[in-house]
Ligand binder design. Structure first.
Ligand code: PBG
Length: 324
């Protein structure tokens, strides 16, 4: 006598590793990753960032070696942040044709062909006050700042950057950058815009790495309020209209819902930045033995991809690539 089926057995397809692999919906790949690097002046420098275990400020000679390793691991791209020798009120080091990033890009392009070099475009690492643009009184000025960001982007492209990634969140910057690139025959250089970037506490460790903590005030007048998601859609729409080729949501983990909305709304190549604080929490808990670090890392990266990200900027890239 047959027993009638009373319920659905979801577990049938979970019984063996092979069955699980057959029904798996999301597969991480090394091709998904962009590895962030911090370039500093000098020679033979490799200084660990105390709040970001395994991440270093490096001089150009070591950045070049690092890029060779990144490439040999099968990671297609790096994104560069620069710490200039001097900072000033208007962030001159950012758009100096011989600035730290411009030199770094030239060195990588010469020594390590076949890796995509992306440059972060912002002024916060270069200004004495640590803000992302020009400051007048209490105000972080928009329109004058985007002209400087456009100049910065142009010098990056002239140095050989393959892709430009504006991270400032000022209005009109994508258009300003697209125009200056096109006017100078860089019309084939893509823009990956930090399109929905939130004013987040998760950037804490990065500011140690990039030495870019604001001396006064905060970034809430240009970065987004963590409470908003419709606004993210408007921000992303604007960047696409202005010429962004890849749109980014940042941070990733507290904003998985935003990644999903952006992907479903625009069907654009979508990036997510698994930021410094997200990385440091995993490292700290792993060090204490409170979590299985590798397992949690892979789960986090998979969740970001499952949410809709095609591209993940992550400090875990090298470790994850070794496991894939
Ligand atoms: C700005 C910039 C920041 C990050 C990337 N680009 C910091 C900020 O907005 O204060 C944060 C990245 C991270 O936390 O890993 N140049």
């Amino acid at each position: 006598m047959n027993t009638p089926v009373k319920f659905t057995r979801h577990r049938r397809t979970r019984m063996t590793p092979l069955l699980r692999s057959m029904v798996r919906e999301t597969e991480l790949s090394k091709n998904d990753f962009i590895y962030p690097l911090f370039s500093v002046p000098g020679k033979n420098i490799k200084k660990e960032i105390s709040s970001m275990q395994g991440v270093y400020q490096m001089s150009i000679d070591n950045i070049v070696k690092e890029c060779e390793e990144v490439k040999s691991l099968g990671i297609p791209a790096v994104i560069l942040f620069g710490i200039p020798p001097q900072k000033d009120e208007v962030g001159s080091g950012a758009y100096d044709a011989d600035g730290i990033i411009q030199q770094t890009v030239r060195a990588i392009k010469k020594e390590v062909p076949g890796i995509v070099v992306i440059t972060d475009v912002c002024l916060c690492e270069y200004t004495s006050h640590g803000h992302c643009g020009i400051v007048l009184g209490e105000e972080i000025v928009n329109d004058a700042s985007i002209e400087l960001l456009a100049k910065e982007a142009l010098t990056h492209a002239q140095a050989g950057a393959d892709m430009i990634a504006p991270s400032d969140m000022f209005d009109g910057r994508v258009q300003a950058i697209r125009s200056i690139l096109d006017a100078n025959h860089f019309d084939n250089i893509p823009i990956m815009s930090y399109a929905a970037k939130y004013a987040s506490g998760f950037y804490g460790p990065f500011r140690e790495a990039a030495e870019s903590t604001p001396k006064f005030g905060d970034r809430r007048s240009h970065q987004m309020d963590p409470a908003n998601s419709d606004e993210a859609i408007r921000e992303v729409q604007t960047d696409i209209d202005e010429g962004a080729d890849i749109v980014m949501v940042k941070p990733a983990l507290s904003y998985l819902d935003v990644i999903r909305r952006v992907k479903d709304t625009f069907h654009m190549p979508t990036a997510a930045y698994n930021v410094s604080g997200e990385y440091s929490m995993v490292k700290a808990a792993g060090k204490l033995g409170w979590i299985d670090e590798q397992r949690v890392m892979m789960e986090i990266l998979t969740s970001i991809k499952r949410a809709g990200a095609d591209i993940i900027l992550t400090y875990h890239a090298k470790e994850a690539a070794k496991l894939l």
